[in-house]
Ligand binder design. Structure first.
Ligand SMILES: [Zn+2]
Length: 292
């Protein structure tokens, strides 16, 4: 996501926290047939209906599996047992970013060095793709889909805000939300590979109305419990520190593969991988991490 460079990382982390807290406060129970309340994901394993239980062989959910009126599950990490953690990379793309690419004021919103590093070291990862990023980088998308260690997930079509006051992102009309995300699943599915029904809101901004709009799609909303702050970073060190300070078994780490909007993520990545190994933590796909 394009975030104002003036916004400090702390504010972003607070906004992320508020987004999560808003959901927890507003939603009494968001998962059917579960005794776990919506506030649980912060401290316990995320609950999910059987139809949305992620596993390596059965991607979570299918369209139409969420009953009308029920909100989709929202998770921010997996079980705290074991030693798996999920590295997730968001691939944002807005009309403004596309215009910058067309003008030549920005060279790339796709950090190939990250992909090369993950491929070379055989590191599993999950990519949250916007439809517009996929359309701009079809070869890279095919490359991601062709890697059996990579999972593909949905980050909306054009990275618009699904709530008011979500950074400086232009807001999507409520009536367009469901189709925006449905369309993006279709765009990504054409590439095959390890498809999922995981979805992440831009800026992690969601409220009850946004969640309700996702209900027909049979998806699982994935926030994350480790915000790397890589779009704000002015060097690789704060990214590494932010990740290694918070990461624990079951963590979902939020990073970006957007190059010009997250310029130090590739430099940070080897240090993050080394730090995870030193802590006995092992990167895995989101399905594997959420399944424990
Ligand atoms: Zn984003």
């Amino acid at each position: 996501m394009r975030l104002p460079s003036a916004v400090p990382g702390l504010l972003a982390a607070a906004a992320v926290l508020l987004a999560a807290c808003g959901v927890e406060a507003d939603e009494p129970v968001f998962v059917a047939a579960s005794t776990t309340s919506a506030a649980a994901p912060a401290t316990t394993a995320p609950s999910a209906p059987p139809s949305a239980s992620p596993s390596p062989t059965a991607p979570p959910g299918r369209p139409g599996q969420t009953k009308p009126g029920l909100l989709p599950p929202v998770v921010d990490h997996g079980p705290r047992t074991g030693n798996l953690v999920a590295l997730t990379f968001d691939a944002d793309m807005t009309d403004r970013m596309l215009a910058q690419l067309d003008k030549g004021s920005v060279t790339s919103y796709a950090n190939v060095r990250i992909i090369e590093m993950l491929e070379r070291d055989q590191v599993p990862a999950t990519f949250f793709l916007t439809g517009k990023w996929v359309q701009r980088y079809p070869e890279l998308t095919a490359r991601l889909a062709g890697n059996p260690r990579f999972e593909l997930a949905n980050h909306t079509f054009g990275h618009q805000a699904f709530t008011a006051g979500c950074y400086d992102l232009p807001r999507i009309p409520s009536a367009a939300m469901t189709e925006d995300v449905a369309k993006t699943f279709k765009i990504i599915e054409r590439y095959g590979g390890r498809q999922t029904r995981y979805f992440r809101f831009p800026g992690l901004c969601h409220d009850r109305a946004a969640l309700r709009a996702m209900a027909p799609l049979g998806l699982t909303v994935v926030d994350g419990d480790v915000v790397s702050g890589d779009p704000f970073a002015t060097s690789w060190k704060p990214i590494v520190n932010a990740v290694l300070k918070k990461v624990k078994p079951g963590s979902v780490v939020i990073l970006h593969v957007t190059e010009a909007n997250a310029r130090f993520t590739d430099e940070a990545l080897p240090h993050i991988l080394r730090g995870l190994a030193e802590r006995g933590l092992q990167p895995a796909t989101l399905s594997e991490v959420l399944a424990g």
